[in-house]
Design a protein around this ligand. Structure first.
Ligand code: SF4
Length: 241
């Protein structure tokens, strides 16, 4: 059975299972082929904490775009020293960033959606492709409740773009469940969450949200319409600008 065909089997096997059971299942199936993509957000911290209780030195990667908030680097440093992880940090290619900055300027992402997507592509999407090269299954913190655009997130998905199984163990969790887990287990989290940032990305492209605003309203707040960085796109590689 090839990887893609297994998705259906896994969906059946994991229907109604807790996130811990989902993670245990894929670890049992794929061992070192399982990697967690962490943006160090609340959901990611929950998942990393769960993985630590299930397997020694779980594989976790973080994409350091070079423009992350200081608070995110502080959390990265903390888990680097406190948790026993096979933690890998991927950076964008220096020549890509140099060319972008030389051609358009360091903050060109504010000027057009095209330039913003180009910046996300070189700082996030390309490093993600490297991070996933040897993986069979990648684990993310995507949840349905994060955004109307994420309504269709399933616990197990086929990722056509990367040719991998994508597992979103918290797909059905509410905000309350995420925060209850973090607090009850004393899991460290990004202090920006306490300052009005439900969703945290790069420093120049994230602001706090106002009461009543959508949780992702602070991401690329100057843009209208659907706002994603391309990390979870379903498009093919050649579609990226
Ligand atoms: Fe560039 Fe902003 Fe995308 Fe970060 S979020 S990669 S700074 S456009």
């Amino acid at each position: 059975m090839d990887l893609k065909e297994r998705v259906k089997t896994y969906r059946e096997a994991l229907k109604g299972k807790t996130p811990q059971k989902v993670l245990a299942y894929v670890l049992d199936e794929w061992g070192g082929g399982v990697v967690q993509a962490s943006s160090l957000g609340a959901e990611d911290q929950v998942i990393t904490h769960m993985l630590l209780s299930l397997t020694p030195r779980p594989r976790v990667f973080v994409i350091d775009t070079g423009r992350l908030p200081e608070e995110t680097y502080a959390l990265l440093d903390l888990i680097h020293t406190r948790w026993d992880l096979d933690l890998r940090v991927y950076a964008p290619a220096a020549e890509d960033v140099e060319e972008f900055v030389r051609t358009y300027g360091p903050n060109a992402f504010y000027r057009s959606v095209g330039l913003r997507k180009r910046c996300c592509y070189i700082r996030k999407v390309k490093p993600l492709m490297r991070a996933l090269e040897e993986a069979k299954v990648w684990i993310t913190g995507l949840r349905k409740a994060q955004s109307p655009d994420r309504d269709g997130v399933e616990v197990v998905e086929w990722d056509e773009l990367h040719g991998l199984i994508k597992v979103n163990p918290l797909a059905d969790w509410s905000d309350e469940e995420v925060w209850s887990y973090l607090k009850s287990h004393g899991v460290p989290y990004n202090v920006l969450h306490d300052r009005g940032y439900p969703s945290i990305g790069c420093e120049p492209c994230t602001r706090a949200v106002l009461p009543g605003e959508h949780p992702r309203a602070g991401r690329w707040w100057w843009e209208q319409g659907k706002k994603e960085c391309g990390l979870h796109t379903k498009r093919t590689r050649r579609d990226h600008g």
